[in-house]
Design a protein around this ligand. Structure first.
Ligand code: AMP
Ligand code: MG
Length: 348
């Protein structure tokens, strides 16, 4: 059995985990820095990187001890090296390099989006068959994309957002509604009991193509945020306790319905027999139930990343390397971060 230690510090989660080549998660330690960033209404890179420096050694030690293994039972180190906040990525990469040198083990650089993508297979009871073609929606605070995963090919990007990510649209919308940060869970809570048809927010169709991508599989969320701003300006009563649930539910629905429709279009276009979703926004219950309805109606298998593997974590990073993917780095000192790396996924 091969064991990989994974390290993730690309944004505001400080995380370490141990995963085996059979895909078993032996430990998954995540420290969310939300409380540190909340007063600022968003992630402050300098605060994030300083907190990573302070927290990471303890988090790595916990990941090893909770896995019930000794340091020399680690067979390799996997670390997120792209994309993400530069100063935050550097902390994880420096720690991973130090550990790889000290333990004399291989170092594998992992793309954060690929880690989210492969998180669909993590944990017990994953319904997906790795041998079948799958279309996955990776939907987080920084990214929104559709990726085709086939057993005999490198992952293929089918579509992505032209502007804001879905999580960003929720975070910005929540800010406008005075609901605080992070916005996704706040909107989900505020939308409880609300009528999602009350306000007709735009669904952001895309007409101009990004090179090589089908516009029908791309997303645009910036118009939605602007529509909310004008709606709130013209309806001062919208933030009253009586109306807020309807506005929040309508806004949440505008985001969710576009995600479900685009994923369904991608299934039609590719003929894939499995659908999947991962990333922080995939924790959303409305999205999960709408995807389940769509998959049942089409008769396709659906794999939703478990909630603990949706938000940023290191188990998904270790899992990429443990499955034989990611980029092997030699010499270890040669690994550099790529903060704005495209979604371009590394081939095995
Ligand atoms: P990530 O970038 O993967 O760490 O995910 C963070 C993003 O997920 C943020 O934009 C959050 O607002 C969003 N998010 C987290 N939980 C939920 C939820 N329950 N519903 C919708 N969005 C969520
Ligand atoms: Mg992420």
């Amino acid at each position: 059995m091969i064991c990989f230690l994974g390290i993730e510090t690309s944004c505001d989660e400080t995380a370490a985990a141990v995963v085996t080549s059979a895909g078993r998660v032996l430990s998954n330690v995540v420290h969310s820095q939300i409380a540190l960033h909340q007063p600022h209404g968003g992630v402050v890179p300098e605060i994030a990187s300083r907190a990573h420096v302070e927290l990471l050694p303890g988090i790595v030690e916990r990941a090893i001890s909770e896995a019930g293994i000794a340091w020399d039972e680690i067979d390799g180190i996997a670390v997120t090296s792209e994309p993400g906040l530069a100063s935050a990525l550097l902390v994880g990469v420096a720690a991973a390099q130090a550990l790889a040198l000290r333990l004399d083990r291989p170092l594998v650089a992992v793309n954060h989006i690929e880690a989210h993508l492969r998180s669909i297979f993590l944990g017990e009871g994953c319904p997906l068959d790795r041998a079948l073609p799958t279309v996955a929606l990776v939907v987080s605070g920084g990214h929104t994309c559709l990726i085709e995963l086939s057993p005999d090919r490198a992952p293929r990007l089918l579509g992505q957002t032209l502007d804001d990510a879905a999580g960003e649209a929720l975070d910005k919308g929540a800010k406008l509604m005075g609901l605080g940060y992070p916005g996704g869970p706040a909107i989900e809570a505020a939308a409880a009991g609300g009528d999602s048809k009350r306000v007709a927010f735009p669904r952001g169709g895309v007409t101009s193509a990004i090179e090589g991508l089908d516009p029908a599989l791309c997303f645009s969320f910036s118009g939605l945020k602007t529509a909310l701003r004008y709606y709130l300006r013209d309806h001062p009563e919208a933030l009253n306790a009586e109306h807020l649930p309807h506005v929040a539910a309508s806004y949440e629905e505008a985001v969710v319905s576009v995600l479900v429709e685009r994923l369904e279009s991608a299934l039609t276009k590719t003929g894939a027999s499995q659908a999947a979703a991962a990333g922080g926004v995939a924790r959303n219950r409305r999205l999960r139930s709408r995807l389940a309805e769509m998959a049942a109606r089409r008769g396709v298998r659906l794999g939703l990343a478990a909630p603990e593997f949706c938000s940023d974590n290191a188990a998904m990073v270790a899992a990429v390397a443990a499955a034989g993917f990611g980029r092997s780095v030699r010499p270890i000192g040669a690994l550099d971060i790529r903060p704005t790396a495209p979604i371009g996924l590394e081939t095995p």
